[in-house]
Design a protein around this ligand. Structure first.
Ligand code: FEO
Length: 173
């Protein structure tokens, strides 16, 4: 069994992950509309990954005898003029998510729940990667500026991203 405080906090994190998914789907649709299919592909995969993050938390809560309760998802922006703008928003958003994951991690310690703390370690590590990736794209786009060929090449690079399920969802396969 899991404590009520942790159950509520994990439900809040499930909501935050689905909110993240919604944001990246919105970015994907924005770049589809702007004729940037590679950039759209990158964000559509990000959308899937965020759904996976929610699924990991839902599976975990179920396995601990908790009750998943889905709440309304907060609205998201719908317009980004450039990929640089979208990656800047991505970094800002992921920093917020990192704060939420850290709070949840510290709550699991406060509640003396090592299983939850152990489950959350994957998310702690994942957030380091998420922030680093967004920062790397920001750096590249700043370097490229408004060079048309550079932007075209970046769209091609983002088209090569492929989806693979995260480790916590493939355990035992
Ligand atoms: Fe689920 Fe991008 O953090």
């Amino acid at each position: 069994m899991i404590s009520k405080r942790l159950e509520d906090a994990i439900n809040a994190q499930i909501n935050a992950e689905l909110w993240s998914a919604y944001l990246y789907l919105s970015m994907g649709m924005n770049f589809e509309a702007k004729g940037m299919p590679g950039t759209a592909n990158w964000f559509r995969i990000q959308f899937k990954e965020e759904q996976d993050h929610a699924t990991i938390l839902m599976n975990y809560l179920n396995s601990r005898g908790g009750r998943v309760v889905l709440k309304p998802i907060e609205g998201v922006e719908t317009e980004w003029a450039t990929a640089l703008d979208a990656f800047k928003d991505t970094l800002k958003h992921e920093k917020v998510v990192t704060g939420l994951i850290n709070d949840l991690y510290f709550l699991s310690e406060e509640e003396r729940d090592p299983a939850t703390r152990s489950m959350l370690q994957w998310f702690v590590d994942e957030q380091v990667e998420e922030e680093e990736t967004a920062q790397q794209f920001i750096d590249k786009y700043v370097m490229i500026g408004d060079n048309g060929y550079g932007l075209y090449e970046m769209d091609k690079e983002l088209a090569t991203r492929t989806y693979s399920a995260p480790a916590p969802l493939t355990k035992g396969e």
